[in-house]
Design a protein. Sequence first.
Length: 349
Amino acid sequence: MNNIELADYSSFDTLDFFSDENFIRYVLQPQPADIAYWTEVLVRYPAQKNAIEEAEGWIMMLNTQAVYTPPALNSEQAWDKIQTRMQHLDRRKRTYIIPLQQFAKWSGAVAALFLLYLGISELMQQGQQVFHSAYGQLRTVTLPDESIATLNGNSRIYYVRNWRSDKPRELWMEGEASFKVKHVAILNRVQQADSFRVHVNGIDLTVLGTQFNVKNRRGKTEISLVQGSLRIDKSGINAFSRMMRPGDVFVYDGNVLHKGLQQRTARASQSWTRKELDLDGYTLGDIAQILEDTYGYKVTLNAADLSARKLSGTIPLGSADDILFVIEKVFNVSIIKNKNQLLINHKTN
């Protein structure tokens, strides 16, 4: 399904989908290829979900109306009249859908189509909901249970749409994200269905109402717990299970889980969510990796003898330029920027 070639629906609204002949055919007479195509559209364009569902509702509602042909209008004139009414609905922000009595384009077995529509909707609810952030972008996502995930640049989370109340809440992630998980357990009752799980780099993080940060870059995962409780599990070869306490930082390199260095605090790991960068414990080499992983630069560090030099303090992080400014001033280096290429050299006097 990932090889399906799709049109660009990024700017479509409800009226655009409602007027699209391919979408109309999919809603009223879906074939397997149509179902696959529009399921993929929902995966790739999650921001259009509400517009798609509203357009589906319009089409299905119109198809339930009594079908007749106004004697004084041909099909082209009838469509022009419908377009005029659609514009009127749009101006009123579509708060109320007035049945368009003149609409007579489609007919058929309405009951069967309605059942099919419900079946397709249910199928779509089983698909994935995907959110990703561009290089340098911070994106906040409200999850179905009202938990909050904040994505750092070049990151991705996804989950199955249908979060059932009798199952743990689960999502998968790549990149870096900070989570504020809503506590759903009833007092004096703790059960698996109340838990929230994050799957990353082959390990599972299980939490019960907590705040934590996960950074998964270059095959290494850093987990920082700010508050609450969190359990790290890995099954299979080299299996382990560890409980974290607030303030703990653990690092998993794909084979071994170990406690992070104390110079990096759990709170500091979330400084990016406040548009700051806590530099304590970072080396120039670490900063170069952040510029590549989070902001999309390709960094060439000719000042290799400075790579292990450590920084301290906190800087505002409105953009990557803030980091570059600090590097130039603190390390007395020159930075040559060419599109997404950065060349760092010793400054020559």
